[in-house]
Design a protein around this ligand. Structure first.
Ligand code: HBZ
Length: 815
């Protein structure tokens, strides 16, 4: 039942209709009178009403899709970190005021109701969250674009901090059901693993027969992606693995019950768990199965739909379909599409290859060598025998062509092979099989061209492009910072909220000089800080001083992101305050959060250090109110939405050249925080946008880091020996200062014995200096608020609407 006024063409949601429908729905889901209902029932009722409204529009969109009038974009990604959806749906439907007012009148706590939704953690961090922002923007701009991934039974672990250490707890996100998905068993497909391939002549043509394989059923669950106040509803399709038959009956009948059950659990294990590492490649067979699983299932449905529309033919496929692969996890799209075109559709190799390249585009998200996917050849060959043969043929032809065109560069040619050193190089496969390769910020794309993929760039210069990331302002600004949204509406009108129009925020610039406007901006920040302080008090029992600067670093814990640099500086401040408790310093609260991969021992040590320092500092009466340190456990999208609006300093302090883009930096900026960071990733573009006077930058440049690294690194011991502050701090890490059992030898050794790979000590002094400068600017609140306003005014280009428009123009060319 859609809540509509039947007399008008447009859907009109009246408050009264909504109120009645809501009460009725609560009574239906609870079986009780409304007055007896729980928050859970109220959540379920609102979720159902929202879904009823959206699915009606979804059906219309899907039938449009079947007609293939427009080119369709498919995002293939092993992660989609979508966050809670209820409020986003309500806002995108334009129901927000109606819902807020009605619930208020009914005495229903809307925030508590929203908190009933389990935040689906189907991603690790940046790469997965980017996909969610892109889906939101694609729908907001009215483009037909859909996600294709895996419906993990367990998402990213829940992080608890026990005795200062990270403890991982399973994330059972589906335990109470999930109201925003629709399972489509009729659209299930079979994915084939293992087995043998043989050739057979059929009607005078050689055919490849794949037999004795292990079949797994891929069942799609669709989640609607509703555009902001328009009539677009796209889909996020997540695949769940099931055994083809629940029991292998023949085995079962022979009494081999355990074997039958084993097959079932082997099939189900494919979509059981999200791998919790965000920048590491582990090479596990199960992960390879996952990669082929969503690639094979996704392509099957796309091809089936296309052929249905195109009278059974795949001709013209690249004119209507873009397959966009999010890093290399879906790179098997290249051989799988070739397999479909050559083996199943009977195209000649060259034609099929041309179609494949034209259909596929590839985004790289990191230059860290440990994240590069390289699968052992024998693993791929055994698991995917026919796909492997095709990879071999792609590789053979590629090397042949290269040796033909560049006979004098045979070594270089072989270094670009897909198959070498006994491994399948997935990035090479992705580049060779795509028409477009992009990095996610200007600097990152430059590093791809000049270092990581420089040989490929020399051969395919036209394939390389750059699209700077963006984030959806509808979740991270309008949704999470309603005070700021209202202030902007009142100051410059509401047009900035229109999809694709966020750059019109520049109209704020003249107001940056206006004391009354800046006062309002400061009041909003203050209220957001109080909201965060309340959350931290309730969840951790720590009391924050909202008059202190909120200095925030929230992101995955990784050596290259240098949370260590941050905490070493906190220790320095603590030491300074201990020796002079009356020092005239601007009170500061350091807020950190983030998960470490469970097997990443060093990152977990950093978490322990942060928590140990926090314990010590927060319990020392000497520094009371001047210095606080909080590690917020279980950082996820919902926690992020409370933190970003409350931040005043955004810490973006990665070793230059390592952070491909960063997207948290953008979320902070659009909420008025000032960036304190290195010239890395998209920080460089933030600096360009706001001007060097409105950002705090420090540290080595990417070129300096590169030069050190190509000359064997730098001597961290020299820096240590010349800086007494570092000597004291590093000494404290190992001399029992933080308690008998709280030594940090591993961190100490990494900095001094192993030569400080991430240049923490090298950047320490400039970091301390820039922190001092930032604190001093904060003393001048007028200046600070002006800088904050300028940051907001220039944040428009970091909307994912802009990113999607860039992809459209540079890569997909949908129009
Ligand atoms: O992707 C992140 C980048 O670190 C971040 O700078 C960027 O903003 C974001 C979105 O583009 N990357 C990841 O989250 N993960 C990976 O890049 C990755 C790549 C290959 C793997 C595992 C992780 O095997």
């Amino acid at each position: 039942m859609a809540i509509t006024d039947k007399n008008t063409k447009h859907k009109v949601k009246t408050k009264e209709a909504f109120r009645k429908a809501f009460i009725k729905k609560v009574e239906e889901v609870s079986g009780e009178d409304f007055s007896e209902s729980t928050t859970r029932h109220q959540y379920e009722a609102l979720a159902e009403l929202v879904m009823e409204e959206i699915t009606a529009e979804w059906a219309v969109n899907n039938s449009r899709l079947h007609k293939m009038e427009e080119k369709q974009i498919y995002f293939f990604s092993i992660e989609f970190l979508i966050g809670r959806l209820l409020k986003a749906y309500v806002n995108n439907l334009g129901w927000d005021t109606m819902v807020e007012e009605t619930l208020d009148e009914l005495g229903v706590d809307y925030e508590a109701l929203q908190a009933e939704e389990h935040d689906p953690a189907l991603g690790n961090g940046g790469l997965g969250r980017l996909m969610a922002c892109f889906l939101d923007s694609t729908a907001a701009l009215g483009f037909p674009g859909h996600g294709n991934g895996i419906r993990y039974k367990y998402g990213l672990f829940e992080q608890k901090i026990i005795n200062n250490e990270q403890v991982e707890v399973a994330d059972i996100w589906l335990k109470n059901g999930y109201p925003f998905e629709i399972v489509k068993p009729d659209k299930a497909v079979v994915v084939k693993y293992n087995g043998d391939v043989r050739m057979e002549e059929v009607n005078g043509k050689m055919q490849f027969i794949h037999e004795n394989y292990d079949p797994v059923l891929a069942v799609p669950y669709d989640i609607p992606v509703k555009g902001y106040r328009n009539d677009t509803v796209n889909s996020l399709r997540l695949w769940s693995a099931k055994p083809v038959e629940d029991f292998d009956l023949s085995t079962f009948n022979q009494g081999h019950f355990l074997k039958a059950m084993q097959r079932k659990s082997e099939a189900e294990s494919i979509s059981q768990i999200l791998y919790p590492s965000d920048h590491g490649f582990e090479g596990k067979l199960l992960r390879l199965k996952q990669e082929y699983f969503f690639v094979c299932a996704g392509l099957k449905r796309i091809v089936r739909r296309y052929k249905k529309h195109n009278h059974g033919s795949m001709d013209g496929f690249p004119d209507k379909i873009c397959i966009h692969i999010n890093d290399t996890h879906p790179a098997l799209c290249v051989p799988e599409l070739m397999r479909i075109l050559v083996d199943e559709e009977g195209y000649d190799w060259d034609i099929a290859w041309d179609m494949t390249i034209k259909s596929i585009s590839f985004t790289n998200h990191t230059v860290l060598p440990e994240a590069l996917e390289k699968w052992p050849i024998d693993m791929v060959q055994k698991l995917l025998p026919r796909v492997y043969q095709i990879i071999e043929e792609i590789n053979r032809r590629f090397i042949n062509d290269m040796n033909w065109f560049y006979p004098e560069q045979v070594d270089r040619n072989y270094s670009m092979a897909i198959l070498k050193d006994g491994q399948v190089h997935m990035a090479h496969l992705a580049i060779i099989g795509s028409h477009s390769v992009n990095g996610v910020a200007e600097l990152h794309s430059k590093i791809l061209r000049e270092e990581t993929f420089k040989d490929f760039y020399a051969v395919f210069p036209d394939r390389f492009t750059s699209v700077t990331n963006g984030v959806t302002q509808r979740r991270f600004m309008m949704g999470s910072n309603p005070g700021l949204k209202t202030l902007l509406d009142d100051t410059i009108g509401t047009d900035w909220k229109k999809p694709g129009n966020m750059c019109s925020l520049e109209a704020l610039l003249p107001h940056a000089e206006d004391a009354a406007f800046c006062k309002k901006l400061a009041d909003i920040k203050r209220a957001n800080k109080e909201r965060l302080a309340k959350y931290i008090k309730e969840t951790q029992g720590i009391i924050l001083n909202p008059d202190s600067i909120f200095d925030v670093q929230v992101k995955r814990i990784h050596e290259y992101k240098r949370q260590l640099l941050n905490i070493l500086h906190v220790i320095l401040t603590y030491n300074q305050l201990r020796s002079n408790p009356n020092a005239d310093i601007v009170p500061k609260t350091y807020i950190l959060a983030g998960k470490a991969a469970p097997s990443y021992v060093y990152a977990k040590e950093v978490i322990r250090l942060i928590n140990v320092v926090a314990d010590r500092v927060n319990n020392d009466p000497l520094v009371k109110d001047k210095l606080k340190v909080v590690f917020v456990p279980n950082f996820n999208v919902s926690v992020a939405e409370i933190i970003y609006p409350a931040a005043e300093i955004s810490e973006q302090i990665s070793t230059a050249g390592k952070e491909a883009s960063g997207t948290g930096n953008m979320k902070f900026m659009m909420n008025g925080a000032l960036t304190l960071g290195t010239m890395d990733g998209a920080n460089v573009e933030i600096a360009e946008a706001v001007g060097m006077d409105n950002i705090f930058t420090f540290g080595l440049s990417d070129t300096e880091v590169y030069n050190y690294n190509t000359h064997g690194g730098y001597r961290s011991l020299e820096v240590y020996e010349s800086d007494s502050r570092l000597q004291e701090i590093l000494g404290q890490l190992i001399n029992g200062f933080f308690g008998e059992s709280a030594g940090f030898q591993m961190i100490y050794d990494s900095l001094l014995l192993h030569n400080d790979t991430y240049f923490v000590l090298k950047d320490f002094a400039p970091y301390v200096d820039i922190q001092d400068i930032a604190s001093n600017v904060y003393r001048d609140q007028k200046q600070w608020q002006k800088m904050s306003a300028i940051n907001i005014a220039h944040s428009g280009i970091f909307s994912s609407d802009r990113s999607i428009e860039d992809y459209e123009k540079r890569v997909w060319k949908v129009k």
